[in-house]
Design a binder for this molecule. Sequence first.
Ligand SMILES: Nc1ncnc2c1ncn2[C@@H]1O[C@@H]2COP(=O)(O)O[C@H]2[C@H]1O
Length: 358
Amino acid sequence: MASRLQSTLPPIALPLTSFFSRLIPLPSVLGTSISVAEVFGHLSFILMAVSYTLDDLLSLRVLATAGSLSMTVFTFFHPHGRVLWLPFRWNCLFIFINAIQITKLLVDEIRASRLTDSEKEVRERFLSDMEGADYARLLNICERVDYEKGAVVMRQGDENEFMSLVTEGEIACVVDGVETYKLNDGNFVAEAALHAGAKVRGSVKSSATLVTTKPTSVYKMHRGQLIDLLEANKSLKKSLQNALSWDIVQKLKSQRHRLETSEHVSENTRKWTGRRNLQTGERYVALLEAMIGDSPTISAEEKSVVDKYRHIHVIDDRRHTDALARCGWTEKEYEEGCKAGDAAASEEHAILAGQSRW
Ligand SMILES: Nc1ncnc2c1ncn2[C@@H]1O[C@@H]2COP(=O)(O)O[C@H]2[C@H]1O
């Protein structure tokens, strides 16, 4: 065996041939003997099999790499006496790919382990579903901003490109001079229908003036950067959408609570409700404007986001038609996904719609 190996192996490997072709005696039930190279062959498949049972990505990749490494040894010192170059080269490629991915995972783990105490606390309190590495990636695009009490965070009607998470403090939301809501720690600000899956990268008109009523801190992130990050990280997207969904539930519940308990509101319930309704309509218009922009078409995917948003926020047909009119669209145009009178866009839209059916 050793002599056959020696005849095909690259000269550099020749000193190792006697080791890998050495026979190890086995208990009689398993057969007579096994070579060291074959031990690596079996080990490779055992490691691969175990790796498939693991959920933890890092451990899975480490074991898969060890499996591929064992396979390269087996194919290089193959008992038939010839190097099996085809599986050898493929396994080298698998090792290379896994090594890159393992490095990325390790970098993420290191990043996650270097969080400050206050960053860790924010994760534990408001983003506990988020993996440490995903949270670290999110922090990369976040800027912490601290406001004094009484600071104006944004004004009603301002174009705003940022989404924020309040990590501490309190912010009053004022619409046409009437306070409609108070944002507290854990609330998202200007989430622009992200909870419904909208990918609004640009600016959205603010539906309220936001004024801090206590010293307040937020994590502020650019919406475009956030959406790019979410598109590249499915697990981050899922956990952030979870957090946003809970935020919506919390906001709706606390609005009801506020309506029932606050003296200030009960004195002016009609006025408050009127402003809230107005604000809901304005936010819907702002969302449609941001999604449609100047484009003469709206895709089926965008429409399904709009439908989801309407369902969550109970936007009835009248409000929907009014909002469309404010954006310069008719109900019919919206249903068809294309503005009338724009022949080129209409043709292109029909082609794309036809393609998507395939
Ligand atoms: N009544 C309210 N209920 C919940 N959140 C609000 C309210 N008013 C304002 N906000 C938040 O303040 C943000 C102001 O900008 P947006 O309209 O983009 O999004 C708004 C919400 O995130």
